[in-house]
Design a protein around this ligand. Structure first.
Ligand code: FAD
Length: 476
């Protein structure tokens, strides 16, 4: 028999159930990737994600060549392409791993029905999550909307399903492989050229990140994870998004590393890290159960919230020119590296949606285009959470103070200095609020506020009051 395995966001050979099962007893196996951007509309992959995908497909293609197989790529309507491949190779079955976004679910259901009507065997598997959304319910039925009880309910089963083995691959059928370059994923702008210095897309890059994290950062994860000035998180998010590594593999590696020598400290740190992996699960479950949250607030009260953003503020925010150092550092980190530290994502998100009162979707869209880890579930949850209208948001309306956040989590200003070099000579105690520094120190540091570095575009105190007043109107 000849089979097709249709890869999507599971760009790996290890722990890939669809590939594993398709390889069993097949004489020929076609490993197919289809670029069908329209099928994700209106959330077609952004430019940074496309950069990643281009390099990830190249890495996968090399890996498949080494394993005696090959990657076949096509651009076009997925069902049409699959039918053409079935016809060209005489294959009679198609296997894939499931996706959970609303668009992918509708598309996959339609394709499954159409292929089955053609008499083709179709099977799907779980590669992306520890628990699929329909398997976790509250005691009274229905999905969790608060993280802590969700985490408690799945904690015991984390690690219960081991990663599945990497298969020996049957040879590919005779077929034109297509070219990754022809998918035109590489951004036309040269802005992404610098990303390569920070990232190695593909499974090997994911494995290196994981090992580096386990050796150097896991032991201090609980404290370190909030510090953008340290390299204290895993950096696995884009690899997890594209499925170059799966959560079962991450859990198995973390369990092995933390139980190795019975280190209790490590076990506690590991638990914290696994709870972050569980936030990813939670986000996927929420989007599955509440697909309308892509553009509607999970908390219906926020339908009447008065958003009030101005375009000029938005430009300054996007360009890292708000005059608030930790925010500008974050927005420039995003532009230069395609990634931003989680603590700083919260700080820039709070400024945009609360002090500047831009709609959370405006921020979500910018992140969508510029993050290499842009993920519909995580991004939607992150933005709704920080805007105060999503799951697990604080019962009160929390507005981060970017100055005190900076002082607490970037105490020596290393992070700000790295991305906002025009402030690098300011003393630590003024680096997070340069507009309050005495003139002689500004002069000595070569900083003219309003010339070398902007005045803050917003008064933090009065904008906070205005946001609270807007919130009062919908509080009920
Ligand atoms: P680590 O701390 O090493 O965590 C390990 C993994 O756990 C991450 O790779 C990620 O898969 C998962 N994870 C960690 N924190 C979260 C979280 N809060 N929510 C969901 N999953 C989490 N993450 C994305 O992957 N894609 C996004 O598009 C995205 N958008 C965000 C937008 C906003 C406004 C906010 C506040 C957060 C967003 N996050 C997003 C979550 C988080 O910031 C990133 O997952 C994290 O910074 C990635 O870095 P890391 O891999 O080093 O994380």
């Amino acid at each position: 028999t000849t089979r097709i395995v249709w890869l999507r966001r599971d760009l790996r050979l290890a722990d890939n159930p669809a590939l594993h099962r398709a390889a069993q007893s097949a004489e020929r196996l076609l490993v197919l990737y289809i670029h069908a951007p329209d099928e994700d509309a209106p959330w077609t992959a952004g430019a940074a994600s496309q950069w990643w995908l281009h390099h990830s497909l190249q890495a996968l293609s090399r890996q498949l060549d080494d394993a005696g197989s090959q990657l076949v790529v096509r651009r076009g309507d997925s069902l049409d392409v699959i039918r053409q491949c079935l016809q060209a190779t005489g294959a009679n079955s198609v296997y894939w791993n499931r996706l959970y976004t609303p668009m992918a679910r509708t598309r996959d259901r339609n394709i499954k029905d159409a292929l089955r009507a053609d008499g083709v065997e179709v099977r799907s598997f779980n590669a992306a999550l520890l628990n699929e959304p329909w398997t976790v319910e509250t005691k009274s039925g229905g999905p969790y909307r608060v993280f802590t009880p969700f985490w408690k309910s799945i904690r015991e089963q984390v690690g219960a399903v081991p990663p599945c083995p990497t298969p020996a691959l049957p040879p590919a059928p005779e077929i034109d492989t297509g070219s990754i370059d022809s998918l035109q994923l590489h951004p036309r702008l040269n802005w992404a050229d610098g990303f390569g210095a920070h990232w190695t897309p593909g499974s090997a890059g994911a494995e290196q990140r994981l090992q580096r994290f386990l050796q150097h950062a896991l032991d201090d994860y609980d404290e370190g994870r909030n510090r953008p000035d340290l390299d204290a998180t895993s950096g696995l998010s884009p690899h997890l998004h594209f499925g170059e590594i799966g959560p079962r593999q991450v859990v198995a590696a973390v369990d092995a590393a933390s139980s190795d020598d019975g280190r209790t400290r490590s076990a506690q740190q590991a638990d914290k890290f696994l709870s972050e992996i569980a936030w990813r699960e939670f986000a996927h479950h929420l989007l599955f159960h509440y697909p309308e949250t892509l553009d509607q607030p999970l908390n219906p009260r926020f339908r009447g919230f008065e958003w009030a953003g101005r375009d000029t503020d938005l430009n300054a925010w996007q360009q890292g020119q708000t005059g608030i150092p930790i925010v500008d550092a974050g927005m420039r980190q995003l532009w230069q590296t395609g990634w931003m530290h989680n603590r700083v994502r919260m700080i820039v998100g709070s400024l945009l949606t609360k002090n500047l009162r831009h709609h959370w979707q405006t921020g979500a869209r910018w992140f969508w285009d510029t993050l290499v880890d842009a993920d519909l579930a995580n991004n939607t949850l992150g933005w709704q959470w920080i805007a105060g209208c999503g799951a697990d948001a604080a019962p009160y309306f929390r507005i981060f103070n970017p100055v005190s956040q900076g002082e607490k989590f970037d105490p020596k200003g290393h992070y700000v200095r790295r991305f906002v070099p025009e402030l690098s000579k300011l003393p630590d105690r003024h680096i997070h609020a340069p507009w309050t520094a005495p003139d002689h120190l500004l002069r000595r540091a070569g900083v003219r506020i309003g010339k070398d570095y902007p005045q803050p575009i917003v008064d933090l105190k009065s904008s906070r009051q205005a946001a609270l007043a807007a919130y009062d109107k919908i509080k009920g």
